[in-house]
Write a protein of this length. Sequence first.
Length: 166
Amino acid sequence: MALIETIAVMSDEQIRTVVGLAASIWSEHYMPIIGAEQIEYMLGKYQSYDAIKESISGGCRYFLAVIENTPCGYCAFKFEKGTFLSKFYVEKDYRGKGAGRAMLDRIISESQSADSGRIWLTCNKYNSDTIDIYKNMGFTIIDSIITDIGNGFVMDDYVLELNIAK
């Protein structure tokens, strides 16, 4: 089995790696769900170098998933009403190879150390494959929300939760 690491994102180079992964993953995965225009808008607003740098400065923690020295995914979370998992992505060719599980294990460990009690996230309602993955990881749907993100776009999401209380 391949060595999978989760590495804290701290350097400018690591942030640029996350930006590159975001562009690749979003273009491949979200095109049929939200279309090119919203992808471009959201990458600029939430996944750009400046947005990530600001997010880290605001207390968000980013981690890269690395398999055999190759960055293949990333996650980001913040301790907010438990642990808010804001980003969780794996490159298509690396899905099903343990990177997602390694990232979730890291998030659970960090969250339990902070006594957060739960991990929660939002996921597009039409992203059914990803919703199934979250359910297989133990998350349950607890709510449905629509969020105006500006520029005429909304996020039409489910809220999912994983109880991690010790």
